[in-house]
Design a protein around this ligand. Structure first.
Ligand SMILES: [Zn+2]
Length: 439
C-alpha cells in the first residue's frame, strides 16, 4: 500500500499524516479505485522529475518538495530551494493573494519546480484539505490560482451504549474527537449533557469523512444523522438544507429545527441604551468591560424569559440588585438584573417558557437609573447577545416539509446501505453517489 512507502528520512515530519492513516485503516481497504501511485514519492535527495506529459507547456521540470523549518520564512525557504531572489519575491507576492505567507507554519510542504535552466517555474502549496494554490510563471511574471483537489466522501455509521458519558462511549466506537464535539453541539439545544445522560442511554451516528484521492489525508465531514435514546426517549436529528437557505441545519423528524431561538430582546417597548463592550462605567467612573446590554424602559415594564428553561437563581445579587438567571440547555444561560420585582412563581428551580414574564424593570443594585441589564452566557462565557447567531427555530411546513421528508428517506437508505456493506463510489462532484463503509 502507498501508506507504508514513507521514506525513513521523512518519517518524522510525516508522522501526522501517518497517524491519520493508521486511524482510518479499516476504511481505506474498502475504498475502490484509490490510486496506488497517485502521488510522488520522495527520492533520497528530495529531487524528482515530474512526468513531462503533465507539464507539456513548459517541458520537463525539476520538482522539489520543500518543508518549512521551524522559524523559517517563505522567502528563506524559496532561496534555499535554489530560486533566484527576484523570482522568489515575485512568486511569493502572487502567492500571498491566496495565502497569508506570514502565517506559514513549520512543517508546511511546498512543491517548487524549476525549468531545466534553473528558473523558478511553479509553486504548489496546499491551502486546506481540498484546495491547492498553484503559482506559475507566465512570461516574466507569476500568476496564481486555487485548484480544487479531487477527494472522495465516505460515510461511516456507529452506535453504542452509554456507560459513563457520551464522549467516552463515542470514543470507544472509534469516533474522532472532532466528530464527538460536533455530535454534542448539534444536540445541545435539546439535551443538557451535564444532567440528562443516564447509564444505559444510547447513541447512533452517521457521518461523512473526506479522503484525498491518494487516500493519504483524511478530514471528518458532516454528521448526516444522529440519534440519542435518553431514558427511553428518542431524539433524532437529520442534517438538511431547506430550499432557499444557504446553510444546513438539523431537524427533528417532524420538521422542527433543533435550534431554538433565544429572543434577542427579552423586553418590549424598550430602547437599547448600552451595548456590549468597553465603556465608562456610569457609577464607578472608569472604563470597564460591559458584559451585557442595557435596555432603558419605564419601571414596571415586563421582562420575558428569552427562551425555555429552568430558573437557576432569582434573588438579590450584589450590584445586580434583583437578579434572575435562567439555564436554557447545556449551552445557554441568560441573566436579568436590576429588576424592581420578580414575576409570579419565579423562584429557583421553576421551569419557564419563552416569553413568560420573569420580572419587571427597576433600578435595584448599583445603577444610575432604571433599566434592564441583560447577559447571555454560552458554555459559561459571556457573549454579546446582539451578535449571537442563533438561527430562528424554524418549523418546516408544506413543500419544505415534503422536501425534508424525501431527504430524510434518502439518508435512511444510505444508513441501511452502509449497515449492509454495499459499496458505492462517490465523486465529490456527484453528491448522489457515496462510498459507504461500515464501522
Ligand atoms: Zn448593564
Amino acid at each position: 500500500m502507498v501508506f507504508t512507502d514513507v521514506s525513513t528520512e521523512d518519517a518524522f515530519s510525516a508522522s501526522d499524516e501517518t497517524n491519520l492513516v493508521a486511524e482510518t485503516h479499516t476504511d481505506e481497504q474498502e475504498i475502490q479505485g484509490a490510486p496506488e501511485e497517485g502521488f510522488m514519492l520522495e527520492d533520497p535527495i528530495g529531487l524528482s522529475v515530474t512526468d513531462s506529459t503533465l507539464e507539456s507547456d513548459i517541458g520537463s521540470q525539476l520538482m522539489q518538495e520543500i518543508r518549512i523549518k521551524r522559524g523559517q520564512g517563505m522567502m528563506d525557504a524559496m532561496l534555499e530551494s535554489g530560486a533566484e531572489r527576484r523570482d522568489a519575491y515575485n512568486a511569493i507576492e502572487t502567492l500571498s493573494d491566496h495565502f497569508n505567507v506570514r502565517r506559514i507554519q513549520a512543517g508546511q510542504v511546498i512543491n517548487v519546480s524549476f525549468t531545466p535552466s534553473g528558473v523558478l517555474s511553479r509553486i504548489e502549496l496546499q491551502k486546506d484539505f481540498d484546495h491547492m494554490i498553484v503559482v506559475e510563471r507566465e512570461k516574466d511574471d507569476y500568476v496564481g490560482k486555487v485548484e480544487q483537489l479531487p477527494s472522495q466522501i465516505i460515510t461511516r455509521h456507529a452506535s453504542g451504549i452509554i456507560d459513563d458519558s457520551l464522549f467516552l462511549a463515542a470514543q470507544r466506537q472509534g469516533l474522532p474527537q472532532i466528530v464527538i464535539v460536533d455530535l454534542i453541539r448539534i444536540f445541545s439545544y435539546d439535551v443538557d449533557f451535564q444532567r440528562e445522560i443516564r447509564k444505559g442511554d444510547q447513541f447512533e451516528i452517521f457521518y461523512e469523512r473526506k479522503l484525498s484521492e491518494d487516500g493519504r489525508r483524511v478530514q471528518e465531514g458532516n454528521i448526516l444523522f444522529a440519534k440519542l435514546i435518553l431514558s427511553g426517549k428518542e431524539i433524532s436529528l437529520y442534517r438538511h438544507t431547506p430550499d432557499g437557505k444557504d446553510f444546513a441545519d438539523y431537524f427533528h423528524e417532524d420538521g422542527q429545527s433543533s435550534k431554538r431561538a433565544l429572543m434577542k430582546t427579552p423586553i418590549e417597548g424598550a430602547r437599547l441604551s448600552s451595548y456590549y463592550g468597553n465603556r465608562k462605567h456610569p457609577v464607578l467612573g472608569y472604563n470597564r468591560m460591559h458584559k451585557g446590554i442595557d435596555f432603558s424602559a419605564p419601571t414596571g415594564t415586563p421582562i420575558m424569559a428569552a427562551g425555555d428553561g429552568v430558573i437557576e437563581r432569582a434573588s438579590w445579587y450584589g450590584s445586580f440588585g434583583n437578579y434572575v438567571r435562567i439555564r436554557h440547555n447545556g449551552t445557554y444561560k441568560t441573566i436579568y438584573a436590576h429588576m424592581s420585582k420578580y414575576g409570579r412563581g419565579i423562584k429557583k428551580g421553576a421551569r419557564v417558557r419563552q416569553g413568560q414574564i420573569i420580572g419587571y424593570v427597576g433600578a435595584t443594585g448599583r445603577v444610575t437609573g432604571r433599566h434592564l441589564h441583560y447577559e447571555v452566557y454560552m458554555n459559561g462565557t459571556q457573549v454579546d447577545p446582539l451578535r449571537l447567531k442563533i438561527p430562528s427555530g424554524i418549523k418546516l411546513e408544506n413543500e419544505q416539509l415534503e422536501e425534508f421528508q424525501l431527504a430524510m428517506m434518502s439518508t435512511n437508505q444510505l444508513i441501511a446501505q452502509t449497515k449492509s456493506h454495499i459499496l458505492l463510489t462517490r465523486d465529490i462532484t456527484e453528491p448522489e453517489n457515496y462510498v459507504t463503509v461500515s464501522p
